[in-house]
Structure formats: structure tokens, C-alpha cells
Design a protein around this ligand. Structure first.
Ligand code: CTP
Length: 397
């Protein structure tokens, strides 16, 4: 069976590069069907698209001359993945909010397969908070965002907003769709997200973690064939892969109990959750009223899950921790590596722009207990997750 790719083109100058992308897919044996918005056809012609894809272009939902199939539904079922390149700010906003007013946005809603989005726009537009929020929403729903590059932009400026190169887009999609069995038969436990420590029936102590890094790790491990247990605190992220079993918890204690039940059977354990270090000593049974002039809450320490696993783990189990630091990053990370008896520790610095909480990107340094060190560039959390899993693989073979 051949591989099927649906490509969506929206109205940006980078649409001309999508012609190379179509060629790349065709050259590598993919069957390609394209849908383009009206604005996209200001930049590229139907003739070019149809000649390169060797298929009829789909643009008009109400075209009387088409076949009797409902095109966006049949195309959604036919495709193994949807790639939107370039994705304008407008199309990203429409996808994020479920607006379906043309062929592509309707197709997007109907697709249940992996979706890759390659934004391209002016750098100010790309950096605007609403575009970032929309991209982050899409990412949390499981879309793969192929971040734009720095470079010369068509508006005459240089900046961040140039569409990812066709070769890179092709590689990301092709790598995703090509099965990889490196972790077949392995069990991986991953913790993700924040924990919520209740104060009373209404309030809790929490933190800014979205859980995205942990979900990306689960996806990256599952795609290599691992059976993944994802123990997550409250998070809006979605786990799409069938190899991922999601186990929802709220508090640090619940996360500890859930992990302890599972740990025995695991080959790799990755603790990326932002677990609360302290929890209220008692939970008020009723809502605390504001009548008193001052309120203090007694906090007690939670159990350190990573350190607890470090104490009982077997030699053939690989334990990966995270260290979130704001100062003396390297020293503190290495201390955690040894004190908690982990095999690898992933350092996240909150001082790096574009890394940390509620961002689509991250930059990490991984320290091995054998003294080796691996530094990443600033990349999407999905790419960072793949690098972490790749590094973990070096230690289990
Ligand atoms: N961790 C854990 N259980 C806790 C606290 C942390 O399993 N109760 C894990 C995290 O998932 C992470 C690692 O420990 O993998 C380090 O977390 P971090 O918040 O950086 O450090 P702490 O150990 O909490 O130390 P500190 O807050 O003093 O930096």
C-alpha cells in the first residue's frame, strides 16, 4: 500500500516552496492530494499544483463538476497525514477555534490522522501573543508544529517567520510515518504536568506546568514501539498514540502511589512532572472564609517520587529525572542526578528565552551519571522529546 499525504496550502508567499514539497513527496513514492485556499492561488496556480501532484486540486466545496464523494471527508479518510504549508496566522487561528468556512479548514476538522503545521508569516505577527497561543493550543491538541526559521522575509525585513525548508518538512513527516521499532517490547513510565495540592474544597496550590514536555516524551517513546504509562497531573494536553495509557492524578501523593504501583515492570522511567514539594498539612473541610485578618497554611513536605524510585530501581532500569533551575543550573542539576540516583538528568533553565513553562519550545542539557553531557539547541518540545529518547537509548543498549 502506498503512502498518502494531503497537503494544504494557504495564502503566503512561501506557497511557492510548497511546490518543492509536493515534488519531494512524489519522488519518495507518496501519493499526494492538495487543497489550497483562494488566497493561496494568488501565489501558485492550479496547473502547477495538478501537474506536480498528478491529482486534481481540491479548492471548492461546492463545485458541481466534482465526483459525488464528499471530498473533505473522503480526503480525510484517505490521507495518512495532513501537512499545512505554509500556514498563515489566519489559518492557524481558524484551526485553533474550529472555524470551517472553506475546503482546507473543513478538511482539517475532519482529519483524525497526524497533522503537521508549518507557519510562515512576518516575524511581528509570528511573535504576537495570539498567534503563539493558537499554536500552543494546536500543539496541545496533538498537532506537530514545524517552527519557522530566522531569515530574510518577503516583507523586506529579517526575522523569525520564514517557513521551515521543504526538505525539513518532508523529513519530519516521513520520519513520523515510517515505523521505528527500537523500543518494541519495552515499558516506559512517564510523569507529566503539575500537581494540585488542595487547601479547601475550592482552592489548591499548583504551578505553571502545562504537561506538554511529558506528553511529547510519551508520544516519542510510543512512536518507537514502547508501551507507555503516562501518569499526569491536571493538563489540557491530549495523548493520541494508541500505545499510551494515560493515568490522571491530582496530588503529589496520588502521583507517588500510581508510580509506585507501576515501577516494578518498567524498563525506562522518565520523571518530567513538576511535582509540588509541599502540601497543606490538613485540608479544610469547608471553604475558608475571609473573615480573619490573616491566614497561614501549614505545609508539609511531599514524597520525592524520583528519589524514591532511585532507591529501589534495578540496574537494568533506566531512570531519567528533570531539573528545573533558575541559578547555578549545572551544579544543581548534577547534584540532583547523584542525590536522587538517576542515570540521566535533563536540565531546563528558566533563564533561557523560549524554554520552560507554557512555551512551545525548549532547550535542555542532559547529564549522564557516567559524566557525559548532551546539549540541545532551542527546538520544539516534540523535537526535544525525540532527542531525550534518543539519548536514553544510548544508555539501554
Ligand atoms: N520530583 C519528584 N517528586 C517530588 C519533587 C520532584 O519526582 N516531590 C522530580 C521531578 O519530576 C524532577 C526532579 O524531581 O524530575 C527534580 O525536580 P525539581 O523541581 O527540579 O527539584 P526538586 O527536587 O523539587 O528540588 P528543588 O525544588 O529544591 O530545586
Amino acid at each position: 500500500m502506498g503512502k498518502h499525504i494531503a497537503i494544504g496550502i494557504t495564502g503566503g508567499i512561501a506557497a511557492y516552496k510548497t511546490m518543492y514539497l509536493i515534488r519531494l513527496f512524489k519522488k519518495n513514492g507518496y501519493d499526494v492530494r492538495v487543497t489550497a485556499t483562494k488566497n493561496a492561488l494568488q501565489f501558485v496556480t492550479p496547473l502547477t499544483i495538478e501537474t506536480l501532484s498528478q491529482n486534481k486540486l481540491y479548492t471548492d466545496m461546492f463545485d458541481c463538476h466534482r465526483t459525488l464523494e464528499v471530498e473533505h471527508i473522503s480526503m480525510a479518510e484517505w490521507a495518512d497525514a495532513l501537512v499545512v504549508a505554509p500556514a498563515t496566522a489566519n489559518s492557524v487561528a481558524k484551526f485553533a477555534h474550529g472555524i470551517a468556512d472553506d475546503a482546507l479548514s473543513t478538511l482539517y476538522l475532519a482529519v483524525k490522522k497526524p497533522v503537521f503545521i508549518a507557519p510562515a508569516m512576518n516575524s511581528n505577527m509570528f511573535e504576537s501573543s495570539v498567534v503563539q497561543e493558537n499554536l500552543s493550543t494546536l500543539q496541545q491538541r496533538g498537532c506537530h508544529i514545524l517552527l519557522p526559521n530566522e531569515g530574510f522575509l518577503a516583507c523586506g525585513t529579517t526575522g523569525n517567520g520564514r517557513m521551515e525548508e521543504p526538505e525539513e518538512i518532508f523529513d519530519a513527516v516521513d520520519e513520523f510515518l515510517t515505523a521505528d521499532h527500537t523500543l518494541e517490547g519495552k515499558r516506559v513510565l512517564i510523569t507529566a504536568g503539575p500537581t494540585y495540592e488542595p487547601i479547601d474544597p475550592v482552592r489548591f496550590i499548583g504551578n505553571h506546568s502545562s504537561g506538554l514536555m511529558g506528553f511529547c516524551l510519551a508520544e516519542a517513546a510510543a512512536r518507537k514501539g514502547a508501551t507507555v504509562a503516562l501518569v499526569t497531573g491536571p493538563s489540557n494536553c491530549t495523548a493520541r498514540h494508541r500505545n499510551i495509557r494515560r493515568l490522571d492524578v491530582k496530588t503529589a501523593e496520588e502521583m507517588y502511589q500510581q508510580c509506585m504501583q507501576l515501577v516494578e515492570d518498567q524498563d525506562i522511567i522518565i520523571m518530567s512532572a513538576a511535582v509540588a514539594d509541599f502540601t497543606p498539612a490538613t485540608v479544610a473541610p469547608e471553604k475558608i472564609k475571609k473573615e480573619m485578618s490573616q491566614l497561614s497554611i501549614d505545609l508539609v513536605k511531599t514524597k520525592d517520587i524520583l528519589a524514591s524510585v532511585g532507591k529501589i530501581k534495578r540496574d537494568n532500569q533506566l531512570l531519567v529525572g528533570f531539573a528545573l533551575e533558575t541559578e547555578n543550573e549545572r551544579e544543581n542539576a548534577k547534584k540532583k542526578l547523584h542525590n536522587k540516583n538517576a542515570d540521566l538528568i535533563v536540565l531546563n533553565s528558566l533563564r533561557t528565552a523560549g524554554a520552560g513553562f507554557r512555551t512551545a519550545t525548549n532547550q535542555v542539557t542532559i547529564f549522564g551519571k557516567d559524566g557525559r553531557e548532551f546539549a540541545s539547541e532551542l527546538k520544539s518540545k516534540q523535537e526535544i522529546a525525540r532527542e531525550i529518547i534518543q539519548t536514553a537509548l544510548k544508555y539501554i543498549q
